[in-house]
Design a protein around this ligand. Structure first.
Ligand code: PLP
Length: 380
């Protein structure tokens, strides 16, 4: 009998999350209300930031973070082509221009040494993306930003639990944006959050996540009905209480989840350390990795990917370099060779299963399959 597939991802939603969600469904309030407020307070405490604003997705978070800094047409934002399209797309949504900077070969994170060469009089912000769960060198990025009067918006979609050089994932940035998309370290299907220590930005973000309205539903219906005003053009990007109630019980479990992710990642590292033809990104020094994705870098990636799937292993590609996708090529005229490190990573990357519910036997099956395919392709 053939073995069951090792799924690429299984979420953490269990009886506690489902019970809380049902209670919210049975209550009066389904839109942004008490559960969102509770999640925001709990997540702010977890991240050690003053304020968290829940949103419908990390993409919306990135977009309204840019708007909150009044970044728009004519402005440039420095980011990396080794990310999900959400990051540069958010820059385009506000009418600004994403300016790509290549990444470090060992981490796939933006290379701080290359940032200054891309700063112009139009540059307003840097948007570092913390790939796989490993924070960028934020001390260097903050220093560059301060030297040039720029703001920093962190794309923390992969790094809820991350720490580096004594700072948490929201550290050293004006705002940090999180994703609770279904494959993320905590998830609710679709959701996100923006974290900030700046109360003024937080107020603006609350307005921008809901059309630019001066009052959300919870305010309008508290006590006697209150009129609202529309003071600027915002997004429709608020989170619902239904989804927030799935997130609240996951926060206290994060440390346990991370310990399991770390154990699996270390087992992969040990197994692939000296496997010919298989490389993987290294966790930087002074870092607690969120261990969001375990990526291997291999030659003949698409054949490798195919052979792993034939052996029942779920895989993903995070990511092919954004600048070579059709839309970005057509709009900006990008060519192969423009960002060679990101391209090399994008052409060789395969993400393997990595999640708390992955069993030890499944981890060993993944390792065995990678060994088999590496040896098959080495001789073909
Ligand atoms: C690096 C990165 N940024 C942004 C996003 C967008 O997140 P969301 O789907 O919550 O908008 C993702 C999601 O996969 C991501 O991986």
């Amino acid at each position: 009998m053939s073995q069951a597939k090792v799924e690429f991802f299984r979420h953490n939603i269990g009886p506690e999350e489902i019970g809380d969600c049902v209670r919210t469904l049975e209550s009066l309030f389904h839109t942004t209300g008490p559960a969102c407020a509770r999640f925001e307070a709990d997540f702010a405490r977890y991240l050690d930031v003053k304020q968290v604003i829940s949103v419908a997705s990390c993409t919306t978070g990135l977009e309204i973070a840019l708007k909150a800094l009044d970044i728009g047409p004519g402005d440039e934002v420095i980011t990396t082509p080794m990310t999900f399209i959400a990051t540069p797309n958010a820059v385009l949504y506000v009418g600004a221009t994403p300016v790509f900077v290549d990444v470090e070969p060992v981490s796939a994170n933006i290379d701080p040494a290359l940032i200054e060469g891309s700063i112009t009089s139009r540059t307003k912000a840097i948007m570092p993306v913390h790939m796989y769960g490993n924070l960028c060198d934020m001390r260097q990025i903050r220093e560059i930003a301060d030297r040039h009067g720029l703001k920093v918006i962190s794309d923390c979609a992969h790094t809820v639990e991350g720490r580096r050089d004594g700072f948490g994932s929201a550290g050293l940035a004006e705002m940090a944006c999180y994703s609770f998309y279904t494959t993320k370290n905590i998830s609710c299907g679709e959701g996100g959050a923006v974290a900030t220590d700046d109360d003024r930005l937080a107020e603006r973000l609350k307005q921008l996540r809901l059309h630019g309205m001066s009052k959300g539903a919870a305010d309008r219906y508290r006590g006697l009905y209150q009129h609202w005003d529309m003071v600027e053009l915002g997004a429709k990007g608020n989170l619902s209480d239904i989804l927030a109630s799935l997130l609240i019980p996951q926060l206290p479990k994060l440390a346990g989840y991370l310990a399991r992710r770390e154990a699996i990642a270390r087992r992969y590292e040990e197994a692939f350390q000296s496997l010919p033809g298989v490389d993987f990104p290294r966790v930087p020094a002074n870092t607690v990795s969120s261990r969001h994705l375990f990526t291997i870098w291999v030659q003949q990636r698409d054949r490798f990917l195919h052979e792993l799937q034939l052996r029942g292993i779920g895989v993903a590609v995070n990511y092919r370099a954004v600048h070579l996708l059709s839309f970005y090529r057509t709009k900006f005229g990008f060519q192969p060779g423009d960002f060679p490190v990101a391209e090399k990573i994008g052409d060789s990357t395969i993400s393997l299963p990595l999640y708390p519910r992955l069993g030890d036997d499944e981890v060993e099956r993944v390792i065995q399959a990678v060994r088999e395919v590496a040896s098959l392709l080495a001789t073909s």
